[in-house]
Each structure stands twice: as C-alpha cells, then as structure tokens.
Design a protein around this ligand. Structure first.
Ligand SMILES: NC(=O)c1ccc[n+]([C@@H]2O[C@H](COP(=O)([O-])OP(=O)(O)OC[C@H]3O[C@@H](n4cnc5c(N)ncnc54)[C@H](OP(=O)(O)O)[C@@H]3O)[C@@H](O)[C@H]2O)c1
Length: 334
C-alpha cells in the first residue's frame, strides 16, 4: 500500500452486520506505549460481533470504532518510549480492537510474539482458543484421566480445542453442536461421539454415549435455556464450567438444594484471570502440541477483509465452523 491512508472497517453506531462500513482512513501513528502493526490476519472472535451490537457491558467501546480483537501482524513503527527491538517482530495482539484495517495500533504490554513454526494465519487463533480450553479443563475443572467430558458448541474454536486437549488427557469426550455440517466437521478431527443438539432428544443421546450416562465435567460457552440440562447430565462430584453466553442469556440459576443433593459444582472462567506468562511449562507444552500437529487448530473459512459483514451475518446465523479468519495483508506482510 502506498500513501498515508489505509482501508479500515468502521462501525459508527451499534447495530446489525450492515453497520460494518469500509472507509479510507489516515494511517495511524503510534503514541506512548504503543506499536503499529501491519495487519496480516484477524480471527473472527464472537466478541467482535457482540461488541458491534453493544452486548458486552464489560467491554465498552467508543464509536466510531474498528473491530478486530485477535489479530497478527508485523510491527512496523513504535511509540516514542517503546523499545525499537519490537520493529519487524511477528506478533499477536488481542487486548485491543482495530484489526479490521491495514494497520492497527496496539499497547506493547498486550503483545505476544508468534512462536517460530506457527504461521501468522494460525497465530491469530492459536492462543485464544487453545489456552482457554487448556486452562478451563486442567486448572478450573481439574479434569482427571478417564473422566467423562461434555462440550457444548463443540464445532467452535474453543470447543474443538477442548475436545483435543481432553482426548490427550485420556478423558472420554462427547461434543454437542448444531446441525449435520458441524457434526461432520467435528468428526473430521477424529471424534465419533458427536451429538446434534438441534435434536430435542439430545440429552438422552449424550447420556447414551458414555458409561454411567453422566458427565464429570461439562464445558458450556452458550448458557441460555439449554444450560438447564447440565444439572441433570452432570455426575455426582461433577463440575459445570461456564465460559460465555453465546445463546444470549446467562444460564438459569441452580437451586442450592440441588447442588448439595447431587454434590456438584458450578463455576465460570475468563482467560484473563488464569492465563500464565509466555515461557511457562504449560505454555511451551501447548506450543509443542501445535507445532508437532498433535492438536489441529480449528481454522475455518478464510475470507478477505471486504467480506467481513457477510462473515458476521454467518456467525449470527450459527453457520460458521471453527474459527473463521479474515485475511488483511496475509502471510507476506512486513
Ligand atoms: N472465558 C474466556 O476466557 C473465553 C475465551 C474465549 C472464548 N470464550 C467464550 O467461549 C465460548 C466459545 O467461544 P468460541 O470463540 O469458540 O466461539 P464459537 O463456539 O465459535 O461461537 C459460535 C458458536 O456458538 C454457538 N451458539 C449457540 N447459540 C448461539 C447463538 N444464539 N448465536 C450464535 N451462536 C450461537 C454456535 O454453535 P452451535 O450452532 O454448534 O451451537 C456457534 O457456531 C463463547 O461464549 C466465548 O465468548 C470465553
């Protein structure tokens, strides 16, 4: 790109996917504590769509704004107080929006280097979904060898990583997802116990897939009315862990008497509270699992920036599999 302008997708006010408008804007200059990225790829995180509709009160944005939370690129300028060693590094930014543009500004303290052996395309989804799944299962739900795991929205990015992390931990895993295309996609990762929960009889089908007909751990990023089934499906001493509310509403409350009677726990997790620093043993183990191909990153459709509104429509229609990726400058950015 020549000149001092760039393409950017701008949202002037909250609303449906049509509010995502393509504009020509001045190329931004980094301020104190910031770097500028030449954007390569953006992961289509549901948060981009939820914030566009102003549905996340814990993540307010000022309008106009440019979505694009999880994005990779190469640092091509640094703020006055930022170490010049960042220039030219391949990085992942996921603490501020702005990835739906040729260039973005990001706080340097939120940057992670994309490890060698991981492409910029895979790098935009590597950490969010893998780390969420790993910490949810191992640190929060304390999944044990041989336990039975049920994963809602298993064809999604976190869901598919959770199935793979749990299989490696020798758990029995059952995935739930909406519709035959998603069932096929989950099967392509080598999982046979997949239940289509658009079928009203799904709880019985899930029970039939595991010994004892109950689950030691249930991972649910959807919430909403379907979540009430978790209370019947969880085993005594089991753990139900909530990660989000894709279905648009928090899960129904659990009567304390039921918790006592069945002796199960209900919890929640956000990665920001549990994530460990790069370089830790867990961090290196996860990078190795991806590099060695033991875990397959669930990259779905890869689309150009111009198609971002259509991509948001498909997300809201529950028509995406895995994590769709938006290609901005692509692998060749520098
Ligand atoms: N706590 C954390 O730190 C953390 C980090 C990352 C993600 N998350 C959360 O974990 C959950 C999964 O994340 P993800 O990134 O992998 O997303 P995702 O599963 O790819 O999210 C999209 C899927 O959600 C399901 N869904 C259910 N009801 C829906 C509705 N009303 N509208 C749209 N989709 C609906 C759909 O799958 P089906 O059609 O198969 O139901 C859809 O394909 C999300 O709630 C996300 O916010 C939490």
């Amino acid at each position: 790109m020549g000149g001092a302008t760039m393409r950017a997708i701008v949202v002037d006010e909250p609303g449906p996917p049509e509010v995502l408008q393509s504009r020509e804007l001045p190329r931004p200059e980094p301020g104190p504590g910031q770097v500028r990225l030449r954007v390569a790829f953006v992961g289509m995180n549901p948060v981009d769509a939820l914030v566009r509709r102003e549905r996340l009160d814990w993540m307010p944005v000022r309008y106009p704004f440019t979505p694009g939370l999880e994005h990779t690129g190469v640092v091509d300028a640094v703020g006055p107080d930022v170490d010049g060693a960042w220039l030219g590094r391949r990085v992942l930014s996921r603490t501020s929006f702005g990835g739906y543009a040729d260039w973005s500004l990001a706080p340097v303290r939120g940057l992670l280097q994309v490890p060698e052996g991981i492409s910029l395309r895979d790098g935009c989804i590597w950490r969010g979904c893998t780390y969420t799944a790993w910490h949810a299962l191992h640190r929060c739900a304390r999944l044990q060898r041989g336990e039975r795991l049920l994963v809602h929205s298993a064809a999604g990015a976190v869901g598919l990583m959770a199935l793979q992390v749990a299989r490696e931990a020798s758990a029995s895993v059952v995935g739930l997802c909406g519709g035959p295309a998603k069932v096929e996609w989950v099967r392509s990762f080598g999982f046979d116990a997949v239940v289509d929960y658009l079928d009203a009889g799904w709880p019985a089908l899930a029970q039939a897939a595991v010994p004892g007909g109950a689950f030691d751990v249930i991972l649910d990023g959807n919430g909403g009315p379907q979540a009430a089934h978790n209370h019947a499906l969880v085993a005594p001493l089991g753990r139900v862990l909530y990660l989000g509310a894709m279905a648009g509403a928090s899960p129904p409350p659990v009567p304390v008497g039921m918790l006592i009677d069945k002796s199960f726990s209900v919890g929640g997790m956000t990665l920001r509270q549990v994530e460990v620093a790069p370089g830790s043993e867990a961090d290196l183990a996860m990078i190795a699992a991806i590099r060695e191909g033991r875990w397959r990153l669930p990259v779905g459709d890869v689309v150009p920036l111009a198609e971002v509104a259509a991509l948001h429509r498909r997300l809201e229609a529950r028509a995406l599999r895995g994590r769709a990726v938006i290609e901005v400058g692509g692998e060749a950015v520098r």
